[in-house]
Write a new protein. Structure first.
Length: 194
């Protein structure tokens, strides 16, 4: 089946295409003719995920799914969380967001953190959500060149290296995004739509 993915983030699109099983063809927003940024104005990851899925589904009258992801750091009261994309300010990018985390974590022994993804599948006014969590630790400094966002400072439990030091396949085997997508795909299979 074809599935519209409501995301304007090319890194996420790449990962979702690689994660999706062969019987799911992912359709990006460009293919749908939408080039803009999607609004994320809610105060929770669940809320932002729903906002994006509902917007695209209603605008184009198609079933679609969206995801929202946050990095939750225990010692920072789960910051940056829902504000992960704009932690250092609205106009700042990955480099500044990562720098802000490392600065705030200076001298802190508890490095526990988790990535949380919530996928929302929105279809004809109804929706379901699927959560994926990967636990790990925040490094003392950046490691690795791959991936995007906070990948270079996050080591998943028992993996010994950051997401950014992994190949795309390695990250996709254990990532928060993969876990939420797997639940979503199982849901579609149970509905017999795959
Ligand atoms: P959003 O889900 O588009 O709001 O993304 C939140 C921010 O979290 C993004 O701008 C990225 O910086 C970061 N992010 C999302 N997913 C990942 C990931 O898989 N690895 C590292 N950073 C991520």
């Amino acid at each position: 089946m074809k599935l519209v993915f409501a995301s304007s983030n090319p890194n996420k699109l790449k990962e979702i295409i690689a994660i999706a099983p062969p019987n799911i063809q992912i359709v990006g927003l460009k293919e749908l003719g939408f080039e803009g940024e999607l609004e994320e104005t809610q105060t929770t990851i669940e809320g932002n995920s729903l906002q994006k899925a509902e917007f695209i589904s209603s605008k184009f009258n198609v079933p679609c799914f969206a995801e929202d992801t946050g990095l939750e750091i225990e010692a920072l009261n789960n910051e940056p969380g829902v504000y992960s994309a704009r932690y250092a300010g609205k106009k700042e990018g990955f480099i500044d967001n990562v720098a802000k985390v490392l600065t705030k974590m200076e001298g802190i022994k508890n490095r526990k953190a988790q990535f949380k993804t919530v996928i929302t599948y929105y279809n004809q006014g109804k929706y379901v959500q699927f959560e994926g969590i990967t636990e790990g630790e925040i490094t003392l400094e950046r490691h690795g060149e791959g991936g995007f966002g906070y990948d270079c400072i996050f080591i998943p439990l028992n993996s010994g290296k950051t997401y950014a030091e992994m190949t795309q396949n390695e990250k996709n085997r254990l990532s928060h995004r993969k876990k939420s997508f797997e639940k979503f795909a199982n849901h579609l299979a149970a509905l017999s739509v795959l």
